[in-house]
Design a protein around this ligand. Structure first.
Ligand code: HEC
Ligand code: HEC
Length: 381
């Protein structure tokens, strides 16, 4: 369906463009700001902030993504493109009241903890349902994954995660084979409607990674993490430096696409309750790092391979989840690499398929060099 294709391309293009344009409003270079100044707050960086005043500026857009995820809408449900500061839509005004209501509910009932979020009521719809639904078939109670995550108790009774991690390391070729994986240059493609976007991916152990998508129209969209800093660029848009949560996510992706021992990526790994994915039994391990929500890792019981990673990014309004499903592991010089992965967020998902891979051929350092930031472009349209 060409129209659908257009809509998808537009959606991807708009969300990337909107994000970079919006973030361009956050002026300056946070990393280089004098330490005494502290990070900018939303009220300092944006024009018309009345509720989320003390939110760090680089958390405003993730908060907006959380709202869109919770209501199942796009940014334009509340905003007119190119004029995010204007209050010309009733939905935006309602959303502001809702934020105040939510903060009050949490303060008055949950000691200020973020127990109630937009999603608690909205669950992916602008119109929450007050009346429980009668479904056609008897069904299992709601999936409690997110709740388990928020309230997950470190169960002292759970066995050590080591056997699961050892089985994974063995399944991807053993520690000797994965220690020899220094780099990978991959040619891949991403499905977009009926069309495909060609993508080049360069990875260097342990965690450097850049992917260059050749977008329709001939320009490139780049997502990069150089081991200490990450950035995103989109044709004709200002370069956007990743915030701390996005960098953490980029680093994790890099660690698992070129397999390494997960014990290097996390300070602690804990077993959680086993689960099933598509009817197959999986072992679940929580990967824990200081100041970050635990990452859930799902290892197939039979093959030992990592089939899913779910990571969570905190925002002032709630938690944004991202799920990465790994598939089609193939042997490459004694190690196994995933040739397919699907990145899913509440209302979007895309699948990357690798066509060919070259291992351990030197990668031109310029691939990991951050381009100079061009002057801020015009607002997104
Ligand atoms: C359900 C309504 C809603 C949705 C959907 C929404 N926003 Fe917002 N947005 C708001 C509200 C309300 C504010 C003002 C917050 C305040 O006053 O504290 C705001 C403020 C902003 C601002 C600050 C503008 C300024 O200069 O004052 C930006 C930028 C922004 N949103 C971007 C986005 C983006 C990008 C998306 C899509 C990912 C999005 N918003 C989705 C309601 C929404
Ligand atoms: C305690 C439950 C609850 C929470 C929490 C909540 N909402 Fe709502 N929200 C509602 C209800 C109920 C309505 C009315 C729905 C209707 O008109 O059908 C509503 C309506 C809205 C609307 C108007 C929708 C429309 O079509 O006009 C917006 C926008 C909205 N909420 C945004 C938010 C945002 C953003 C948050 C989080 C900051 C949030 N809500 C948190 C219950 C909630």
């Amino acid at each position: 369906m060409p129209s659908n294709h257009g809509a998808i391309v537009r959606r991807v293009a708009i969300s990337v463009a909107v994000l970079s344009a919006a973030t361009a409003l956050i002026s300056g270079k946070p990393a280089q700001a004098p330490p005494s100044a502290g990070p900018k707050t939303a009220v300092q960086a944006f024009k018309n902030i009345q509720v989320l005043k003390d939110t760090p500026a680089d958390q405003l857009i993730p908060s907006m993504q959380f709202i869109a995820n919770s209501l199942g809408v796009e940014c334009d449900f509340c905003h007119v493109e190119g004029a995010f500061d204007k209050d010309d839509k009733d939905e935006k005004k309602t959303a502001r009241k809702m934020m105040t209501m939510m903060i009050t509910i949490n303060q008055e009932n949950f000691e200020g903890k973020k127990e109630v979020s937009c999603n608690t009521c909205h669950r992916g719809s602008p119109h929450p349902q007050g009346i429980p639904i009668i479904t056609a078939e008897a069904r299992e109670p709601m999936n409690t994954e997110a709740m388990e995550h928020e309230h997950h108790d470190h169960d002292a009774q759970m066995p050590s995660a080591d056997p699961v991690i050892d089985a994974y390391v063995k399944a991807v070729g053993g520690s000797d084979a994965i220690a020899k994986l220094k780099s990978a240059s991959e040619k891949a493609n991403m499905a977009m409607g009926p069309g495909k976007v060609a993508v080049e991916i360069y990875e260097e152990a342990p965690d450097r990674r850049v992917s260059i998508a050749h977008m329709p129209g001939g320009a490139d969209s780049v997502t990069a993490y150089d081991g200490s800093e990450g950035w995103l660029s989109f044709p004709k848009r200002p370069l956007r430096i990743m915030n701390a949560d996005e960098q953490y996510a980029a680093k994790l992706d890099a660690e698992f696409l070129l397999p390494s021992d997960p014990r290097k990526a996390f300070t602690e790994l804990k077993s959680a309750k086993p689960d099933t994915i598509d009817g197959k039994e999986v072992n679940v391990v929580l990967g824990i790092n200081p100041n970050q929500p635990p990452v859930k890792l799902y290892f197939d019981k039979e093959s030992g391979l990592l089939v899913r990673m779910v990571r969570y990014a905190n925002t002032p309004l709630g938690i944004n989840p991202t799920q990465v499903d790994f598939a089609d592991y193939r042997d490459q010089h004694g190690a196994k690499l995933p040739f397919q992965w699907t990145i899913a967020r509440p209302f979007s998902r895309f699948t990357m398929k690798v066509d060919s891979v070259e291992l351990n051929t030197p990668i031109d350092p310029s691939k990991f060099a951050k381009p100079a930031a061009p002057p801020p472009g015009p607002p997104a349209h």
